[in-house]
Write a protein that binds this ligand. Structure first.
Ligand SMILES: Nc1nc2c(c(=O)[nH]1)N[C@H]1C(S)=C(S)[C@@H](COP(=O)(O)OP(=O)(O)OC[C@H]3O[C@@H](n4cnc5c(=O)[nH]c(N)nc54)[C@H](O)[C@@H]3O)O[C@H]1N2
Ligand SMILES: Nc1nc2c(c(=O)[nH]1)N[C@H]1C(S)=C(S)[C@@H](COP(=O)(O)OP(=O)(O)OC[C@H]3O[C@@H](n4cnc5c(=O)[nH]c(N)nc54)[C@H](O)[C@@H]3O)O[C@H]1N2
Ligand code: SF4
Ligand SMILES: [Mo]
Length: 690
């Protein structure tokens, strides 16, 4: 007897799809996008269409294991849960009771699942209770998050379901068809209504191919382009003075800066695009209505990434685009939800003064920090040995003999190879969870579809059992998933106050209680900043030592800031998400690895010629931090001076290397985020090297 269950895609993706899982005799046999969900609209992406291949993959971890070989070698013996948890309890107690103390334990996680319970839910509660070092989760979005928080007081944007009304759509630093595909039907609707779609991206992505125009900007220069657009808007009187006066602070300062310093000629030189392109773009932006900007996280992975997001996010305030249905801007809808995640995570358990470690500097954390030295690391929902920057240092850290490493995983990833204890976790089909989204406005319930495979356990259950094994007496560490869900839905903000767990379970997803469409910054709206306005001039930004009004900040690794480095390593490497992978997830799924092919480096013919590189040759891509290898693809999809290596490959499934051998631990201007795409390299033919 087949049964259909509604689940939620757990991945770090703005679309948070509703999935229909068909189960027969206890086995999931089919998965499809939910046709009834207003954002999912009946389809899943290339990757998650293979979720069953991943779930029933022969490499699934099915029982706890304890390391027997050298670190990194990946040889383990089977253990019982009791033995594995006893060992972890003993080792963590050992650290807590040593001179190092509990802060020598580091939690390390990101978004393997975005579920509120099995994501950072119960795990945070556990680590707060034992007083482990906090983790600043900066590896993806923190520059943009901080930029929006500082400028708008929250992360809210245009209702994505309304953008079919738009007449001009800027896809800015987003490969929408790859990384946010469920927005595309709405873009298509706008196109059918005559909208013009312009993609701003150094790479000619499949999204650029499907747009009306592609502006191949030089990486890391978007703030200059935004200020150039502002220049034209102010110069030509294309601004909404009433909106600026009522809703913003400091717009005159921005106007003066844009008019004085960001003439299209100068911006053209910074961004290496034609002056006309800037003029046309700005004139269209100032004269068409409604205008919508889809901004995604790609452009903030640079030195000035936070300021770039601030500069772009201010454009709809200049033209008053926020007043229009289908107008405005969206980076993340996550601040709209207001669920009570604090009640799950219990930061109040944490001893005052506990230090924070930045996850984007894991190499530094494991190798250089001594006050106290990290003696134990517990990794879950993340694969740092593949995805964290400056991989050579990360791996050197994991190799430390005096480091005790626990990894909770589905598979034996690059990181799992370094585990002392490796624990099998359930997938989304094997547990219940509660989800918000960052690209739409629905709260969702993931219902378990099948029994856990082998001895796998959900993250929250693993931490409950570990707490019991460690004899931690707090009853909160034994609360059930259901209790945690009810806590998250109690005391939440007005938009989700109507949602009860019982109704949500029955309906599977519920829209936030907001008008349709939701116009978050329409004139007259309350803006949750200290001034109650959109802070174009931000005292909080100034307090960080930056300019209070956005100003172009060149990449760390650029001719402007590091001319000597730029001579030795003249190519800007972008290592963007591959279409068939989700960060490093799915790399071990055979069908998806087949469609990804092999690690490639796209390089422009001019750059290839001067290095005697031919298509199909193996090349070495390197800088002072490290090197990786890939197959050269000569392509006009990259501009001269830019190379692209779709990522994130597992080192162990290639020649042991990936693009993060070259990326750096440097941090963004706002939000202390990772700067994956602020990365200069040189490329040479591999055979010539050896
Ligand atoms: N298929 C697939 N989908 C994914 C993911 C995945 O790995 N695979 N990852 C998920 C996650 S975790 C995230 S954070 C999102 C990321 O999705 P996006 O936010 O879309 O981010 P990226 O793909 O990192 O970058 C988007 C585009 O920005 C461009 N870019 C790089 N530097 C610059 C710049 O300086 N200026 C401009 N204008 N553009 C620039 C890149 O070339 C890239 O095409 O996608 C999610 N969705
Ligand atoms: N060079 C380069 N590096 C990048 C990026 C890039 O564009 N270029 N992108 C960056 C970005 S945007 C991000 S968000 C990070 C992503 O970094 P991560 O969040 O580490 O993402 P993944 O690589 O998808 O690894 C998630 C892991 O969690 C595991 N997992 C999934 N669900 C569960 C669960 O329920 N329990 C447990 N215990 N484990 C689970 C999966 O099997 C997977 O191995 O990578 C960053 N690294
Ligand atoms: S990864 Fe994104 S697009 Fe794919 S199914 Fe999940 S939420 Fe939908
Ligand atoms: Mo991300």
């Amino acid at each position: 007897m087949a049964e259909t269950i509604r689940a939620v895609c757990p991945h770090d993706c703005p679309d948070t799809c509703s999935m229909l899982v068909t189960v027969e005799d206890g086995r999931a046999i089919r998965m499809a996008g939910d046709p009834d969900h207003p954002f999912t609209r009946g389809f899943l992406c290339t990757k998650v269409a293979k979720y069953l291949e991943r779930t029933y993959h022969e490499g699934r971890l099915l029982y706890p294991q304890i390391r027997v070989g050298a670190k990194g070698e990946g040889t383990f013996r089977r253990a019982t849960w009791d033995e594995a948890l006893s060992l972890i309890a003993e080792r963590l107690h050992g650290v807590i009771n040593s001179e190092h103390g509990p802060q020598a334990i580091l939690r390390y996680s990101y978004a393997g699942t975005m579920g509120l319970i099995h994501g950072d839910g119960m795990a945070e509660r556990f680590f707060n209770r034992i007083g482990a070092s906090k983790l600043a989760r900066t590896i993806c979005a923190s520059a943009g998050v901080e930029a929006l928080n500082l400028t708008y007081g929250t992360r809210m944007g245009t209702d994505p379901e309304s953008i079919g009304e738009s007449k001009l759509i800027l896809l800015w630093g987003t490969n929408t068809l790859t990384s946010n595909p469920h927005l595309w039907p709405f873009i298509r609707k706008a196109k059918a209504n005559g909208a013009r779609v312009i993609c701003i991206d150094p790479l000619r992505t499949r999204t650029a191919d499907s747009s009306d125009e592609h502006i191949a900007i030089r990486p890391g220069t978007d703030a200059a382009l935004a200020l150039g657009i502002a220049h034209v808007l102010f110069r030509d009187g294309l601004f909404d003075r009433q909106y600026l006066d009522e809703m913003t602070t400091g717009w005159e300062k921005l106007r003066d800066r844009a008019l004085n310093d960001y003439a299209p000629e100068r911006v053209a030189a910074i961004c290496r695009i034609p002056v006309d392109t800037i003029e046309h773009l700005a004139t269209r932006y100032g004269t068409l209505r409604p205008t919508f900007i889809r901004l995604n996280y790609g452009l903030q992975r640079h030195a000035g990434g936070g300021t770039a997001v601030r500069a772009i996010s201010i454009l709809p305030a200049i033209t008053g685009a926020w007043n229009d249905v289908g107008g405005g801007m969206q980076l993340s809808s996550s601040g709209t939800f207001g669920l009570n995640t604090a009640a799950i995570e219990r930061a109040d358990f944490l001893p005052p003064g506990t230090r924070t470690i930045n996850m984007s500097r894991l190499g530094e954390a494991l190798l250089d920090i001594n006050d106290p030295r990290v003696k134990a690391i517990v990794v879950y929902n993340s694969n740092p040995a593949s995805v964290a920057p400056d991989r050579e240092r990360v791996l050197a850290g994991f190799r430390r003999d005096d480091l005790f490493t626990v990894v909770l995983e589905h598979f034996q990833t690059d990181t799992a190879d370094y585990a002392d204890v490796l624990l099998p976790a359930t997938t989304q089909l094997e547990h219940d969870d509660l989800h918000k989204a960052y690209g739409h406005l629905y709260v969702m319930y993931n219902r378990r579809a099948i029994e856990p495979l082998g001895e796998a356990l959900p993250n929250a259950e693993i931490f409950r059992r570990l707490a019991a094994k460690m004899e931690l007496d707090a009853p909160e560490l034994q609360e059930s998933d259901e209790t945690l869900m009810r806590q998250a839905l109690t005391g939440s903000a007005a938009a989700s106050a109507h949602i009860t767990l019982d109704e949500l379970r029955e309906r599977s997803y519920m829209r936030l209680d907001l008008p349709t469409p939701h116009l978050p910054f329409q004139r007259g709206s309350h803006v949750p900043t200290p001034s109650g306005r959109i802070e174009i001039d931000s005292p909080a930004v100034a307090a960080l030592g930056l300019d209070g009004v956005p100003e172009y900040i060149p990449p760390y690794e650029s001719e402007e800031r590091a001319p000597e480095l730029a001579k030795r390593f003249p190519l800007a490497l972008i290592s963007p998400p591959a279409h068939s992978f989700l960060n490093s997830t799915f790399v071990n799924v055979a069908s998806l690895r087949r469609s990804a092919g092999k690690p490639t480096l796209e390089i422009h013919a001019d750059d290839a010629r001067s290095r005697s590189i031919e298509s199909g040759q193996r090349v070495s891509i390197f800088n002072d931090r490290g090197r990786f290898t890939a197959e050269a693809v000569i392509s006009d999809r990259v501009r001269p001076g830019v190379v692209s290596a779709p990522s994130v490959w597992w080192g162990k499934l290639t020649d042991g290397t990936n693009a993060n051998q070259t990326t750096s631990e440097a941090l963004t201007d706002l939000g202390a985020g990772a700067t994956f795409y602020d990365n200069l390299v040189q490329v040479s033919v591999l055979s010539a090297e050896c």
